[in-house]
Design a protein around this ligand. Structure first.
Ligand code: X6L
Ligand code: MG
Ligand code: MG
Length: 172
């Protein structure tokens, strides 16, 4: 079994409900066990700025799946939830990304680990730093990367939506 972290985001529909549904679906996958879920952050959209704010969170898992199978499981959850193919970087009802797999560095056409752009994204680093502040990526810990990136655009703990996700996870 290997520890890994996934990043989830949603900016269409009932975002917290979709995050919770994705977590339940991930936890139901053979070979994926949820360990800890970060708080929910409300975050400004990156890439395409004219779209609704996102809710983002990260989840720590234990998995017996190799990285390509883990990625396939994430894409399977997106597909099962009816994620539409829309414009690049555009709005989506659910997004599940593989961020980190402990001890794995790899670069393939379909999957690069650690996630190549996660250190520039506040909406990834903030929840990730809540979960695994001491994991090392490159030369620094996640906590140090988060401090280095600092605060800029909207990226704030959404207390009510965090509570809703927790509630939906415990009593779906
Ligand atoms: C210049 C050009 C600067 C492109 C940034 C950043 C593009 C991130 C795509 C970029 C650029 C992305 C989320 C999001 C997206 C999310 C928030 C992406 C893919 N996903 N914004 N934008 N949360 N807040 O999960 O990450 S599209
Ligand atoms: Mg993403
Ligand atoms: Mg994605």
């Amino acid at each position: 079994m290997t520890s890994a972290c996934l990043g989830l985001g949603a900016n269409l529909g009932d975002r917290a409900a979709q995050l919770a549904e994705a977590l339940l679906r991930l936890g139901a996958v053979d070979g994926i066990h949820l360990v800890a879920v970060s708080p929910v952050y409300r975050t400004a959209p990156w890439g395409v700025e004219e779209q609704p704010d996102f809710l983002n969170l990260c989840v720590r898992i234990e998995t017996g799946l190799a990285p390509p199978a883990l990625l396939a499981a994430c894409k399977g959850v997106e597909a099962a939830m009816g994620r539409q193919v829309r414009e690049r970087w555009g709005p989506r009802e659910i997004d599940v990304d593989v961020l980190l797999v402990a001890g794995v560095e790899m670069e393939t056409p379909g999957l690069t680990l650690p996630h190549p752009r996660m250190l520039q994204r506040r909406f990834v680093l903030a929840p990730l730093a809540d979960l695994v502040p001491d994991w090392i990526v490159g030369e620094r810990t996640i906590g140090e990367h988060a401090v280095e990136l600092g605060a800029d655009d909207l990226c704030e703990w959404d207390e009510p939506e965090s509570a809703r996700v927790q509630m939906l996870l415990s009593a779906p």
